[in-house]
Design a protein around this ligand. Structure first.
Ligand SMILES: NC(=O)c1ccc[n+]([C@@H]2O[C@H](COP(=O)([O-])OP(=O)(O)OC[C@H]3O[C@@H](n4cnc5c(N)ncnc54)[C@H](O)[C@@H]3O)[C@@H](O)[C@H]2O)c1
Length: 299
């Protein structure tokens, strides 16, 4: 039988702060396939994530039964490449108090110090941030647009640049994109649609460059809507889920675990020839050119 086996592999999943989002579902699927999983958590939500974990409020169950656990949580703010990029004002920000070594390079150094080099087989980028996401693009400020691109797209480039050297040949990178990068989704503003376009374009270029340099693959998953903490902050996510349930090719909305399993496949040897790809995991919604009428669904 073909098996999706990641035994003996280590994954670093950036963008995990609760058990609702895509990052968690991907971590769970990777662990279910046998990988050991480290996560990167944004400092402002690190304390709450650690408290949830200590109090046993995170669902560590595996789909096939049994439980998994996180190998190590690393604080990570993907806006900053090195310690020199961290603004001094952050020292006074109580959300960052007591948290150190959270720039991308410092996390790469910490991974190397903990596990040696090379030490990573799977690198997951499951994070995004756009301070003006609720503003239409046409009303977005330059600062808001660039902040969205910096947190949500350049962060992938920086992670591959700084963690690629820690990856074993045959390894794989996966990020999370959204249909707004290629089609108009009203309400997904603030330059976030531009950030997803950049993420998908960069996936192709990085597939070539990191493929030649480190022998790794780089893909992105364009996922359907999920009521994660980040998506709830944007609002109207419930309507979007309902819209997919009515109008996707398969009339349903994908689950977080659907995306988790697809990511685990992309990171496994089963996908050894797949790189530079944007894989839609959205019940085929992306393929629709016109929404389905009842007469078609009832046939
Ligand atoms: N939820 C959806 O409907 C949907 C659809 C398609 C794609 N996505 C993408 O999936 C990915 C994960 O999002 P999610 O919806 O699962 O929400 P989520 O809230 O679970 O994950 C987003 C994570 O990004 C982290 N983050 C924000 N700014 C950061 C920074 N500067 N440095 C490090 N981490 C930072 C947050 O703390 C959070 O843990 C994102 O790229 C998102 O755009 C989400």
């Amino acid at each position: 039988m073909l098996s999706l086996d990641l035994t003996g592999k280590r994954a670093f999943v950036a963008g995990v702060a609760d058990d609702n989002g895509y990052g968690w579902a991907i971590a769970r699927a990777l662990a279910g396939a046998g990988a050991s999983v480290c996560v990167g958590t944004w400092p402002p939500v690190l304390g709450i994530f650690q408290r949830l974990r200590e109090k046993g409020r995170l669902d560590f169950s595996l789909e096939q039964g049994g439980e998994w656990d996180i190998e190590k949580v690393y604080p990570l703010d993907a806006l900053y490449d090195t310690l020199d990029d961290v603004p001094t004002e952050l020292a006074d920000d109580k959300r960052y108090r007591g948290v150190e070594k959270f720039s991308i390079q410092e996390v790469a150094d910490a991974l190397e110090a903990d596990h040696g080099s090379p030490c990573i087989d799977v690198l997951v980028h499951s994070l995004a941030n756009g301070p003006e996401v609720s503003k239409p693009l046409v009303e977005t400020s330059r600062a808001g647009y660039l902040a969205a691109l910096s947190a949500s797209a350049y962060s992938l480039v920086s992670m591959v640049q700084r963690m690629g050297p820690l990856m074993r040949p045959g390894g794989a990178v996966v990020s999370l994109s959204y249909l707004a990068g290629e089609r108009v989704i009203p309400g997904y503003g603030g330059g976030m649609s531009s950030a997803k376009s950049a993420l998908e374009g960069d996936t192709r270029t990085l597939a070539y460059e990191a493929g030649r340099r480190y022998g790794i693959r780089v893909n992105t998953i364009s996922a359907g809507p999920l009521a994660s903490r980040a998506a709830k902050a944007i609002g109207s996510i419930g309507n979007l889920v309902e819209y997919y349930e009515q109008n996707a090719a398969l009339p349903a909305c994908n689950t977080a675990d659907d995306v988790g399993r697809a990511a685990a496949f992309l990171c496994s040897p089963l996908a050894a020839a797949i790189t530079g790809e944007t894989l839609h995991v959205d019940m085929g919604y992306h393929a629709m050119g016109m929404i389905a009428g009842d007469q078609l669904t009832n046939e």
